[in-house]
Design a protein around this ligand. Structure first.
Ligand code: ATP
Ligand code: MG
Length: 409
């Protein structure tokens, strides 16, 4: 029989990788909770129009990366490509804007994008993310960035922070006009995708990875020259706050992000260690999105980080709890072994009962393979073996053994 394989761009995360996955997500969760964010568990699918109206019709995500299908009821559904749109939909739909509209949410989970798979880029990947609704102060921008930095620091991931301001929608419109004019003069020399982007999504040209495009747009007008006084003031404040929080950053006036909904602050945490897929976390402000999706005017901001990319950068995992393996010397002692394991686990000791039949020698071999730190041999007595030294201790009853073990662990 031929074997069935996983779908291209999808992964089994297991063994060490599963531990890394858990470590990344748990670390983020711990810090979200420390900053008093609440979890929201979002659906995997949404009405496709949610993403068209938020992420944007002209973006790569909507144009070519979404998994869209019709369900049995004839609804056109998309597998979520990102989390912010759903969080905003939920914020509006569940009435979280009541009582002043202030809300801080975090989420984690799988996202789906039909992209070309490569290291750090998959068709199912996972994000951790957070959103703050109902505050327009640059303090909020600074504290969100600080929180992301704290997650990366805790994971001991070395990154640089780039920031930019896209101004208000009005500032951007003005800028885009000038940018378009500039790009028209370079059109012939740009890649094919960028040639169409001049019309559909000119900002995205600045983000193109093709060398020739980078070269040609070196002298393009920069958005920061088009910021209104209000946006400029916010941007200046943000920089002041970041400095006060000892967060290093560089200003990158070409940083535009691929999604339509951003206004004012945008930021990316970037590493050079994993090749072209260097952005590990990214976010920004989206003051118009809530109202665009039918909610009341609500300023908001957020970020998302790619769990798989963070996993590529995590070098050491926290130490695991030592394992105790309980071995019935012969099958006459099976019940006693099961009960001994129960007792150990009730004391929060990580315990594996040796469940396979076989010679004592084969059982010891398996215990070694499982990386046991301690083995408990169960017969008419209890023998505790320290696997690192080979030392053994004999006990008349299991309770005494547990007391000794507890001290060692
Ligand atoms: P990129 O420029 O790498 O395509 P993006 O701008 O499309 O990233 P966002 O939509 O901002 O990414 O998503 C936030 C984070 O999610 C990214 O910084 C990255 O870490 C991660 N991410 C995005 N797409 C993928 C993917 N296909 N596979 C793995 N991680 C991804
Ligand atoms: Mg992308």
């Amino acid at each position: 029989m031929s074997k069935i394989q996983k779908i291209r761009g999808f992964q089994d995360i297991y063994g060490e990788n599963a531990k890394k996955y858990r470590y990344v997500v748990d670390t983020a969760r711990k810090i979200f909770e420390k900053y008093n964010f609440e979890e929201i568990i979002l659906p995997f699918v949404e009405d496709v129009s949610l993403f068209k109206r938020s992420v944007g019709e002209a973006t790569d995500i909507v144009q070519k990366e979404m998994y869209v299908f019709e369900d049995r009821g004839g609804r056109t559904i998309a597998l979520r490509p990102e989390g912010t749109a759903s969080a905003v939909r939920a914020y509006i739909e569940e009435g979280m804007y009541a009582k002043g509209g202030y809300k801080k949410l975090f989420y984690e989970g799988a996202m789906f994008r039909y992209e070309r798979p490569q290291a750090g880029r998959y068709r199912q990947f996972h994000q951790i993310g957070a959103e703050i609704f109902g505050v327009d102060t640059p303090m909020a921008d600074a504290e969100l960035i600080k929180m992301v930095k704290e997650i990366l620091d805790e994971l001991r991931i070395d990154v640089r922070l780039e920031i930019n301001s896209l101004g208000s929608f009005e500032d951007r419109k003005e800028y885009i006009n000038h940018l378009k004019q500039f790009l028209e003069t370079k059109k012939e020399n740009l890649c094919e995708t960028c040639q169409t982007r001049i019309e559909t999504n000119p900002l995205r040209v600045l983000d193109c990875k093709v060398e020739q495009c980078k070269e040609e747009t070196k002298d393009a007008p920069v958005i920061t020259d088009y910021l209104s006084e209000k946006s400029l003031e916010r941007y200046t404040k943000l920089k002041e706050y970041l400095k006060a929080l000892d967060i290093e950053f560089t200003e990158n006036p070409r940083l535009v992000r691929g999604l339509d909904y951003y206004t004012d602050t945008v930021f990316e945490f970037i590493t050079d260690k994993i090749g072209a897929q260097g952005t590990v976390a990214a976010g920004g402000r989206y003051d118009k999105l809530v109202s665009q999706l039918g909610g009341p005017e609500t300023p908001a901001l957020g970020f998302a980080a790619g769990v798989e990319r963070l996993m590529l950068l995590v070098e050491t995992l926290p130490e695991e709890k030592p394992l105790v393996v309980v071995i019935p010397v012969v099958s006459d002692y099976n019940i006693q072994a099961l009960k001994s394991s129960n007792l150990l686990r009730s004391k929060d000791i990580k315990t594996e009962t040796l469940l396979k039949e076989g010679s004592l020698k084969s059982k010891m071999k398996l215990a070694n393979k499982l990386n046991a730190k301690f083995v408990v041999f169960v017969s008419d007595k209890y023998e505790l073996k320290y696997m690192d030294t080979g030392e053994q201790e004999i006990f008349e009853n299991i309770e005494d053994l547990v007391d000794v073990l507890n001290e060692k662990i």
